[in-house]
Design a protein around this ligand. Structure first.
Ligand code: HEM
Length: 574
């Protein structure tokens, strides 16, 4: 007997079912009536107890035409998500809608709506697209995806460790990695020169023809700077989390491993059918499982093997995240801790499970390197595309730290002594370049939330479960108080009146907002300003020449946004 026959035998036949219903007509009618009445009473009670929200119905939101079931999904590729959603925001106004498959997504781009949505997390709104469950089910929970009490405990551990007081102690650490970045860029510069000489020879007369020899162009061979920037940001966050030189304890190719996790999680978040859950697991899914298991094991071993005495000499008076875990687990002298942030972090860590500790360390590493590296890549491109801005940045750094050749000879201690406590105030133009880079191309130009209760946003009633995408960049540009909001003009941050500056800062959601604002923002900005001052300012950054038909530089939407097709040269300044 095959499985189908077995199933048939097990299920009652249709005739038997009809016969049973006919024999018990009265009982069936009464049961159906009771079920209907209880259901209706439940719906009525729920509607009556809920306060009636006043406002326009969600169905009346404006937006482009869409198809049933697939929505707008056929009208854009996932890589073009930024362009597609923002075009709707610009065209249809501050409250609009789009459909990803059958799911309605509200696009909100007024500053009031954005402030409310950020501020009221985690009580009234949570991260959208079921992120919490998706990360939990995939075995990669962490601060970014957590909600409720799990999030509160983990946030209490992570947040104090990234407070400005502690971050300022990372100066030596960042200088060390900036020096490494300079070495990589010098090597990169030589390689690009070789490629340039090979593909862009000076125009010569071809002896066999009356034509001069034309230039050649091979985009495959052009080098990209992003890997070097990733290595810099990654080195800083690993040193900060684990301890100096702990990198060697992590699996080789950890950067590649983290990319595997990003790629698969992004795919899962936007999948209409969760194929991996219904038994269809492809090679990427299998690689994902292996990678997660490997990373978890490595980090768990690091936590368990940690002994703070081994790393005391290397710690530069800066406590690592690992140290707070150690104190929380060993409960030793916890109240005697005097290092900034370490006491509260250690107390908070004692409320987390080892699984959460591992997940949070991995979250901090993943959230901390890709974002910073992408911003550096964008800054390099914008400096190359805006030579006047680059000249001003050079001039500011030269005036404070001396000529590039003198600077190259400085030791880490000399560099450290030359940097003031408030490096942002010491280098105002460089800081303006960083602010403007993030205003124009933030790594997260939108943020998604889901309503936990029925709510009213900008006059529309949004039922519980509605996904809302905040178009933060659109809002920032629409309300920008200084002229030419679409142009790269760092001067706007210098010349703005105090009131304009306050407005621009309020409209700056580069790092999100409210209780879930990015805890790593001070560290990220410090890394960026050090990279610009100690590294970028030593080079003339120029765009590699390309034929007009080459793919233009454009923003791609991966887990975080980044500029695609950037090819720049770094030529050492003398
Ligand atoms: C330029 C660099 C960075 C950018 C643009 C950035 C941006 C963001 C944004 C937009 C969020 C979401 C905030 C929200 O929902 O309101 C976020 C969250 C987060 N970021 Fe960053 N980030 C950067 C660097 C870092 C660094 C260096 C770290 C740590 C070392 C870090 C750790 C985190 C964590 C753990 C969260 C989750 C916070 C939570 O949900 O409570 N980020 N970041």
């Amino acid at each position: 007997m095959n499985q189908l026959d077995q199933l048939r035998q097990w299920l009652p036949s249709t005739e038997k079912l009809v016969k049973a219903v006919e024999e018990n007509r009265q009982a069936v009618a009464v049961t159906a009536g009771v079920v209907t009445l209880v259901g209706a009473a439940h719906i009525y009670r729920k509607k009556k107890s809920a306060p009636k929200l006043q406002g326009k119905p969600i169905e009346s939101l404006p937006g482009p035409d869409y198809l049933p079931i697939v929505g707008h999904s056929l009208q854009f590729k996932m890589d073009e998500l930024n362009a597609f959603t923002e075009a709707i925001g610009w065209k249809y106004g501050e409250m609009a809608q789009m459909f990803i498959g059958p799911m309605r997504v509200v696009l909100a781009s007024s500053p009031q709506a954005i402030e409310k949505l950020f501020r009221e997390r985690p009580n009234n709104f949570k991260r959208s697209f079921n992120i919490e469950k998706q990360f939990q089910d995939s075995g990669v929970p962490g601060l970014f995806s957590m909600e409720g009490d799990d999030w509160r405990h983990s946030r209490a551990w992570v947040f104090p460790q990234f407070a400005p007081g502690k971050i300022n102690k990372t100066k030596q650490l960042i200088i060390k990695h900036a020096t490494e970045l300079r070495k990589s860029l010098d090597r990169f510069s030589k390689e690009v020169d070789e490629i340039d000489n090979k593909w862009y020879p000076t125009v010569v007369q071809d002896p066999n023809s009356r034509y001069t020899k034309t230039n050649f162009y091979n985009p495959e061979e052009l080098k990209n700077t992003i890997d070097m920037f990733s290595a810099f940001a990654f080195g800083v966050v690993i040193d900060f989390s684990f301890a100096h030189d702990k990198e060697e304890c992590l699996p080789e190719n950890i950067l590649e491993d983290i990319k595997v996790i990003f790629t698969v999680m992004r795919r899962r978040l936007f999948q209409i059918i969760p194929w991996h859950k219904v038994g269809f697991r492809d090679a990427e899914d299998r690689k994902f499982d292996e990678t997660v298991a490997k990373l978890n094991q490595s980090v768990r071993t690091i936590i368990e093997d940690y002994d703070p005495n081994t790393y005391k000499e290397k710690s530069d008076k800066m406590s690592t995240m690992l140290e707070s875990l150690w104190y929380s687990i060993n409960h030793q002298d916890i109240n005697k801790i005097e290092v900034s942030g370490l006491l509260s972090a250690s107390k908070a860590a004692s409320k987390m499970s080892i699984k959460d500790m591992v997940g949070n360390l991995l979250t901090v590493i993943s959230a901390g390197y890709d974002t910073t590296a992408n911003t550096m890549q964008t800054m390099a491109y914008l400096l190359a595309a805006n030579p006047d801005v680059q000249r001003k940045l050079h001039a500011e750094v030269d005036a404070i730290l001396g000529s590039p050749s003198a600077r190259k000879q400085m030791s880490s201690d000399e560099i450290s002594d030359a940097m003031e406590e408030n490096i942002f105030a010491q280098f105002p133009y460089t800081t303006a370049v960083i602010n403007e880079t993030q205003r124009l191309h933030p790594v997260a130009p939108f943020a998604g939330v889901e309503a936990i209760h029925d709510t009213v946003i900008d006059g529309y009633v949004l039922p519980k479960g509605t996904n809302i995408m905040m178009l933060t960049r659109v809002a920032g540009m629409r309300y920008c108080p200084t002229p030419d909001p679409f142009l790269f003009k760092p001067e706007r941050w210098i010349d703005a009146t105090p009131e304009q500056k306050r407005q621009m800062e309020r409209l700056d959601w580069t790092f999100g907002g409210g209780p879930r604002v990015c805890p790593g923002r001070h560290m990220a900005n410090l890394e960026l300003v050090y990279a610009a001052v100690l590294v970028f300012s030593l080079y003339d950054i120029t765009e590699v020449a390309r034929p007009p038909s080459a793919y233009p530089v454009m923003e791609g939407a991966r887990f975080t946004s980044m500029l695609e097709n950037v090819h720049v040269r770094f030529t050492s300044r003398t």
